[in-house]
Design a protein around this ligand. Structure first.
Ligand SMILES: NC(=O)c1ccc[n+]([C@@H]2O[C@H](COP(=O)([O-])OP(=O)(O)OC[C@H]3O[C@@H](n4cnc5c(N)ncnc54)[C@H](O)[C@@H]3O)[C@@H](O)[C@H]2O)c1
Length: 323
């Protein structure tokens, strides 16, 4: 990855700023010298994620639900607010769709009023259970509109539609990132995502649950790389809107991941197999040709290195909260 240019101080709003990705984004923006307003309703976000930023003179936190309008003066908006793991987004699916759709409408309305540039944290889930592999941005996806994952997948698809309509209709400066599986310290320990699941099960010496035969694949991006990609996208020329995939092109089977976690934790856990949940994508791999070309971006952290840091984080978390 190249060096990011130092830029003038901006007032930046990060919705979902107390979440896993949002907290790293706030941190990087502060490091780059900007003022950061973190807006979060703490649905899945945690104070602990941003505790180290609270005393920073350019950091401000506002408890607010993006489903309601917000009136603030900012130059840029990173719209990350939305529960991201199936356990959390399926807990209250109507609220999930509202967060993506009403939240986007409110943040786009704000961007329009104050002429801010706005970025959407969309997802590879817009490709659904893809029939094209790997997935380029030109692929329209294969999503079940009435399934259990639809509140998230279709919510984000609708958010993308809203971003592009505000761009065409109101000349808004927009950026759409399609984020693939990202992992790292500060992931929620009980959010059911595969990396956190496997690490927690391994550390507790519990059985490691693999759904299906474990041959389904995912690509895993380390959080620092992903955040660098988001900031590069925001700083890209105004005529570059995306959507752009941010993730890694390296594919691993779920079984490979389970075995690697067992190796790195030194756990005695055994792998057990359970039936695949409905609509679970069988293959997922980012085609990052566009990100490389337009943003000079690609992830550089090897899975093993990123997993070691994540395992260390969960070990410390377990010391603080042993149960
Ligand atoms: N982590 C990934 O692998 C991944 C992959 C694809 C897309 N994304 C997207 O990136 C964004 C951040 O994901 P994350 O992994 O950090 O998840 P997260 O759950 O840790 O963070 C989401 C944050 O949004 C907040 N939030 C939820 N609903 C809100 C509302 N109505 N109003 C205000 N705040 C609200 C939560 O409290 C939380 O702090 C999400 O939009 C997600 O869809 C993440």
């Amino acid at each position: 990855m190249g060096v990011r240019m130092k830029i003038d101080r901006k007032r930046v709003l990060v919705t979902g700023g107390a979440g896993f990705l949002g907290s790293y984004l706030c941190e990087l923006l502060l490091k780059d010298g900007h003022e950061v307003l973190c807006v979060d309703n703490f649905y899945t976000g945690r104070r602990a994620n941003i505790r180290h930023l609270i005393t920073h003179p350019y950091f401000e936190v506002l408890r607010h639900d993006v489903c309601f309008p917000l009136y603030v003066e900012v130059d840029e908006i990173f719209n990350l607010a939305c529960p991201a793991s199936p356990v959390h987004y399926q807990f209250d699916p109507v609220q999930t769709t509202k967060t993506s759709v009403h939240g986007s409408i409110n943040m786009l309305g704000l961007a329009k009023r104050v002429k801010a540039k706005i970025l959407l944290a969309s997802t590879s889930e817009v490709y659904g259970d893809p029939r094209v592999h790997p997935q380029p941005e030109t692929y329209w996806g294969h999503v079940n509109p009435i399934g259990l994952r639809a509140c998230y997948d279709e919510g984000k698809r609708c958010a993308e539609t809203l971003f592009f309509d505000y761009h065409r209709q109101h000349n808004l400066r927009i950026k759409v990132a399609r984020i693939f599986n990202t992992y790292g310290p500060r992931m929620h320990p009980n959010d059911g995502r595969v990396v956190s699941n496997f690490i927690m099960q391994a550390l507790k010496g519990e059985e490691i649950t693999v759904y299906g035969d474990g041959s389904q694949t995912r690509s895993f991006c380390y959080v620092d790389d992903l955040i660098d990609g988001l900031v590069r996208l925001m700083n890209s020329p105004d005529d570059f809107t995306g959507p752009v995939n941010l993730g890694t092109p390296y594919e691993f089977t779920i079984l490979q991941l389970a075995k690697l976690v067992i190796k790195l934790t030194g756990s005695k856990s055994k792998i057990v197999y359970k039936p695949l949940p409905p609509d679970d994508p069988k293959q997922r791999q980012a085609d990052i040709t566009l990100a490389k070309k337009a943003l000079q971006w690609e992830s550089t952290t090897p899975l093993e290195k990123g997993l070691r840091k994540t395992i260390q984080y969960f070990k410390e978390l377990r010391k603080e909260h042993p149960r």
